[in-house]
Design a protein around this ligand. Structure first.
Ligand SMILES: NC(=O)C[C@H](N)C(=O)O
Length: 272
């Protein structure tokens, strides 16, 4: 469906939402959309994506930030990534224990020459970087601002019971997130599948070959299902004209979209 810009879409993870408090998740999706959308007044799509994701990290309802699942040793290790499509700037963190991984990813983007900073050593580096930024399921956001900037971001606690040090798709550009001048995409699901398929990059390739964002995301999800079976992936995407699409091969995916005219949120059926 097409939305006038500025527009933001978010997801709160693909999975078996039947077992979970879906009412609360829908409310939190809407709150995250409001929080992100507010940023368009003074900020760009970057602030919109970061604040929407930081809200979901703080909510405790999703597998990200304070709601993160634990690894096999009972510890939390989180991954996040962020990409500005027009400049192709990227910032990402993996195996971090810092409070809001998406804000740390923004620090990597803004204040370092690097793409990905990992682990305890990375956390010490990030602690030293000043910049005034610091003030479940995987969560993600894509936004298009009034100036046409497209941004994608993703943040996760990963997969429950993962081995310490395991990193999934979420902080890897082309896998967990990707953005260009034309599209912004965020993925969720089983990182071990997503890392082999690079679905966010594939959506970019298909769109640059002339497919709509809707056909591109649906095509990639179908391809993953045909090769790896169901219950492993969901994606949201947005293009430069304001077309939004979301597909998943799991039972549900918390997701929503907001612009000036409307706000929508779904977990099971429903087109955003
Ligand atoms: N729930 C998720 O989406 C998990 C994330 N994709 C990972 O494998 O780390």
């Amino acid at each position: 469906m097409r939305y006038n810009k500025p527009v933001i879409a978010v997801h709160g993870g693909a999975g078996d939402w039947y077992k979970r408090d879906s009412e609360r998740a829908l409310t939190e999706i809407k709150n995250a959309l409001e929080r992100g959308y507010e940023q368009f007044v003074n900020g760009s799509a970057i602030e919109a994506v970061v604040e929407a994701i930081a809200y979901m990290e703080d909510s405790g309802v999703f597998d990200a930030g304070v709601g993160s699942v634990k690894n096999s040793k009972g510890e939390v290790e989180m991954d996040a990534g962020l990409m500005h499509g027009n400049s192709m700037s990227v910032g990402a963190v993996a195996s971090t224990r810092r409070k809001n991984p998406i804000r740390e990813a923004l620090k990597v983007m803004k204040y370092t020459k690097h793409v990905l900073i990992v682990g305890d050593k990375g956390d010490r580096t990030l602690e030293e970087i000043a910049g005034g930024i610091n003030s479940g399921d995987t969560v993600g956001a894509v936004a298009l601002d009034a100036d046409g900037n497209l941004v994608a971001g993703t943040s996760t606690g990963g997969i429950a019971g993962k081995l310490p040090g395991r990193v999934g798709d979420s902080p890897i550009p082309g896998a967990g997130f990707y953005a260009t001048e034309k599209v912004a995409v965020s993925s969720t699901g089983i990182g071990e599948v997503i890392l082999k398929v690079l679905p966010a990059k594939e959506v970019d390739i298909l769109v640059s070959m002339g497919l709509s964002i809707d056909d591109a995301i649906m095509g990639v999800i179908n391809k993953v299902t045909n090769r790896f079976g169901p219950d492993n992936i969901g994606m949201i995407g947005l293009d430069f004209r304001g077309y939004v699409a979301a597909y998943f091969n799991t039972k549900g995916m918390a997701r929503g979209v907001k612009n000036k005219e409307s706000i929508k949120a779904f977990i099971f059926e429903g087109e955003i």
